[in-house]
Design a binder for this molecule. Structure first.
Ligand SMILES: Nc1ncnc2c1ncn2[C@@H]1O[C@H](COP(=O)(O)OP(=O)(O)OP(=O)(O)O)[C@@H](O)[C@H]1O
Ligand SMILES: [Mg+2]
Length: 511
């Protein structure tokens, strides 16, 4: 049966001051299909979707929706017409409950609208979660959930409408493997009910796994559309970046034999997710922290960095015991932390690219309280070049950059700071294949210069490609340590799932 075309975007043009983001893009969608939209950071994927949902008006071109001309006035209007979008950066109210977030603007009332009907609100949410097979407490405050769970809530919110098209802008970037599986099941289920989906992702393996067709954008224009079954990974990469990218695991450690230990963490305890964590980091080493999402890796990093309270344990830097109580202390001791959640911790999105870059290093650019604008300009320009950050100028507001380019600005910030020890938490999340390999090169350069790096990553190919040594965590404890030589994905997974057995948990609690 030929599937019906429900959406056709024709010759869409969109410019922002100084940036020609969409240069006559075409895009169409069939009923019930899952259609991948891919391309490098800044290629125009999110912008195209923002045009479709009326978040940004298009400059020219037409959108046909069920064969009729569509002029979306905004996301609310689009949603009423059955087009929902899950944004790249989460977009909800942290202080409200899960259920309140789902039905925000559509509150249930009783007694002629005088009172909010909480009972119906929570019952409806429960029904919805049951349908989606989601296990989240509707009465929980949203901000208390992991990013992965929060995203599930946002998806549930879209699904709670009469959906025809669901746009998922990098939905899996923050999800655990289990959550990704759950999401894909939901997506397949929606597709079988005729809902069409546009799936934006930088994880090429997902495209083969879940999508029917793939459309590639390159620099604001179409680079091709294919049936997924008929293309391979390399072809998609070629369409995206137009050059060959090598993806190979590291063979053996490149750390010098007599390299000194620069960071020594002993019996660190910080809440439930950091239990007796001990490890060494050597000069020039890239130490991979592997594990499932929620294994306690970010919590360990935050505790070391002074962002969370440490209960006990000690930290030595270059052989000297140090007391790190706040992130400022950490920075003063030469630590840098590139957080996994760039919007919350890493970036001031209302400030410019240049200001964000010098945020951690202001004093270097100051002379008697005056900022040396020329120095800032030079430094910022240099890093825009070095990291290929796509921005019209150093004065662009960070909120106007594409997601991947925002991540690069955070990286630049810590590079300018010239820290000796860098903690990269999911450094390439949301970053395209080309830029990924640039960031890998950069990390290797830093290690060669004698900097030490802790790299937290949930992507095993990334762990195997970058690390000299691998530490694996599970449920707040270190469960394994592997040299890169001979390390395999299977072995890492074995340690990553080494949960405490009943007896072990009992013995530990008696200690
Ligand atoms: N509101 C805005 N103001 C100015 N420029 C913008 C705005 N939104 C997007 N842009 C620019 O338009 C271009 C396309 O950005 P877009 O966010 O669509 O990229 P993307 O393909 O989604 O990238 P990523 O994979 O990094 O998310 C980029 O150069 C970006 O900086
Ligand atoms: Mg985007």
């Amino acid at each position: 049966m030929a599937q019906k075309e429900i959406l056709s975007m024709k010759n869409i043009q969109k410019s922002f001051s100084g940036v020609h983001a969409l240069k006559g893009v075409h895009f169409d969608l069939l009923q019930g299909e899952i259609h991948a939209l891919v391309g490098e950071n800044g290629a125009g994927k999110s912008t195209l979707m923002n045009v479709l949902t009326g978040i940004h008006p298009k400059d020219s071109g037409e959108i046909y929706y069920y064969d009729r001309l569509l002029n979306p006035r905004g996301p609310k209007h689009a949603m009423e017409l059955g087009i929902g979008i899950i944004h790249q950066e989460l977009n909800m109210m942290d202080h409200l409950t899960v259920a309140q977030n789902i039905f925000i603007g559509r509150e249930f009332t009783k007694q002629k609208g005088l009172f909010l009907d909480e009972k119906t609100l929570y019952r409806e949410t429960e029904t919805l979660f049951k349908r989606l097979n989601v296990n989240i407490d509707p009465t929980e405050t949203l901000g208390k959930l992991t990013i992965g769970k929060q995203q599930m809530v946002e998806i549930a919110r879209a699904v709670s409408h009469d959906l025809r098209i669901l746009i998922l802008d990098e939905p899996t970037a923050a999800l655990s493997n289990q959550e990704i599986n759950d999401l894909f099941n939901i997506m397949r289920d929606l597709a079988s009910k005729g809902v069409a989906m546009i799936h934006i992702s930088h994880r090429l393996e997902e495209i083969a796994q879940i999508t029917d067709r793939v459309t590639v954008l390159r620099d604001g224009a179409n680079a091709g559309s294919r049936v997924t079954k008929e293309v391979d990974r390399q072809e998609i990469i070629n369409m995206m970046v137009g050059r060959v990218i090598y993806e190979q695991p590291k063979q053996e450690s490149t750390v010098k034999k007599n390299a000194p230990v620069v960071l020594k963490v002993t019996n660190l305890n910080a809440g439930k997710m950091v239990q007796n964590v001990s490890f060494d980091l050597k000069q020039g080493e890239i130490l991979g922290f592997a594990g499932l999402i929620g294994a306690g890796r970010t919590e360990t990093a935050r505790a070391i960095f002074g962002a969370d309270k440490v209960l006990s344990g000690s930290i030595q830097i270059k052989g000297r015991p140090v007391l790190i109580k706040t992130p400022e202390d950490a920075v003063n001791h030469g630590l840098g932390y590139l957080s996994e959640d760039r919007k919350r911790y890493g970036l001031a999105i209302r400030m410019s690219v240049a200001d964000n870059m010098i945020l951690a290093t202001m004093e270097q650019f100051q002379k008697r309280l005056l900022i040396n604008a020329k120095k800032v300009q030079q430094e910022a320009d240099a890093y825009i070049q070095k990291l290929s950050i796509k921005t019209p100028s150093i004065n662009q507001l960070v909120r106007n950059l594409s997601g991947g380019n925002q991540q690069k600005v955070v990286i630049a910030k810590w590079l300018i700071k010239n820290c000796d020890i860098l903690i990269f938490d999911e450094p390439t999340r949301g970053i395209d294949v080309g830029a990924k390999s640039e960031i890998y090169t950069l990390m290797n350069e830093l290690a060669d210069q004698g900097k030490s790096i802790i790299m937290i990553s949930s992507e095993l190919p990334e762990i195997l490609r970058m690390s000299d040594r691998i530490i694996v965590m599970c449920e707040g404890r270190i469960t394994g340590e592997l040299d890169i030589k001979g390390a395999t994905q299977e072995e890492i997974i074995k340690y990553a799932t080494m949960r405490k057995t009943g007896a072990q948990a009992y013995a530990d609690s008696a200690e």
